[in-house]
Write a protein that binds this ligand. Structure first.
Ligand SMILES: [Zn+2]
Ligand SMILES: [Zn+2]
Ligand SMILES: [Zn+2]
Length: 293
């Protein structure tokens, strides 16, 4: 695993083009597993001991001090999909028109078409199916009653889509992705086609941009910049309970998302908060007694 300064050198070499993406990734991920603890390395331990303060920055206790990160880095795959999405948007804006034949080929190759019934009288799909009455179907759009619904071919649907993307007939998600098994309509499929194309066209650029963001994040994490020295109790509350000491009273803990602890809330709000906590306790108690818990 690379040390802090080695990651910085790697990032700079990749950014300047001195090394390529493949080589940078190979160096960074050599004997690296996602989730592996960087604090097992010697470099980490040494730099940590320089950063850690001699007392808890929250409550001033000296009991088992740890260095807590306030934020955690994103995964490379998360950056990759963020950047890919941005490039797909860009591609969509600059290439709004797709050849109809190419689109049809893409649809047939990647999706299973599951035809849905249409009313023979209007453009509504999925007529109401009656169990006992004859004729069997009743259109929810025009109230026409009929025995034989109409089905449309993929070509027909695509032609309608090319004439009017908003047409009623092309709204149903009747295409099932062969790869992901999720349902799509033609408009969804066009998005995935554009995303695929953007990704293939700019694969190297997208990968590099995402990897640079990822490296910067890792550098930020390894720098200990956004850390706080915490005692055992405060660290536990911070990490597990998402709580920190209330800045107003410095006595009770509060959720990270709240400005103060419950005790320090204005009278009205405190009452409401305490009542909802009591209610939660009663609720859990009842569940325990009933054996639902
Ligand atoms: Zn503390
Ligand atoms: Zn109808
Ligand atoms: Zn307080």
């Amino acid at each position: 695993m690379l040390t802090y300064s080695e990651v910085i050198v790697l990032r700079d070499k990749l950014a300047s083009g001195e090394i390529g993406l493949e080589s940078a990734q190979a160096q960074y991920w050599k004997d690296f597993k996602e989730g592996q603890k960087s604090w097992h390395t010697k470099d980490w331990k040494e730099r940590r001991s320089e950063m850690i303060k001699d007392k808890c920055e929250i409550c001033s206790s000296k009991d088992t001090l740890t260095l807590q990160h306030r934020s955690h880095p994103k995964k490379y795959s998360e950056y990759l999909s963020d950047v890919t999405r941005a490039y797909a948007e860009e591609y969509r804006n600059t290439n709004p028109v797709i050849d109809k034949y190419e689109f049809t080929t893409y649809v047939l190759k990647k999706y299973d078409y599951v035809p849905i019934p249409f009313c023979p009288n209007c453009k509504w799909s999925n007529p109401y199916e009656r169990v006992r009455k004859i004729p069997k179907y009743r259109c929810l759009g025009c109230r026409h009653e009929f025995d034989n619904p109409v089905y449309k071919s993929v070509d027909e649907l695509i032609s309608i889509f090319y004439e009017n993307e908003e047409a009623l007939e092309v709204r149903d998600k009747c295409f099932v992705s062969k790869e992901w098994r999720n349902k799509n309509n033609l408009s969804n499929i066009r998005y995935w086609l554009q995303r695929d194309r953007a990704r293939n066209k700019d694969a190297e650029t997208i990968g590099k941009e995402a990897f640079l963001l990822y490296l910067n994040d890792s550098i930020q994490y390894l720098s200990f910049d956004d850390t706080i020295t915490a005692c055992k109790k405060c660290a536990f509350n911070f990490d597990i309970n998402k709580m920190e000491l209330c800045p107003k009273c410095n006595q009770y803990y509060k959720g990270l998302q709240y400005p103060t602890c419950i005790q320090c809330l204005p009278e009205e709000k405190r009452k409401a908060a305490l009542e909802s906590i009591e209610f939660g306790k009663d609720w859990r108690e009842m569940h325990r007694e009933l054996g639902i818990d």
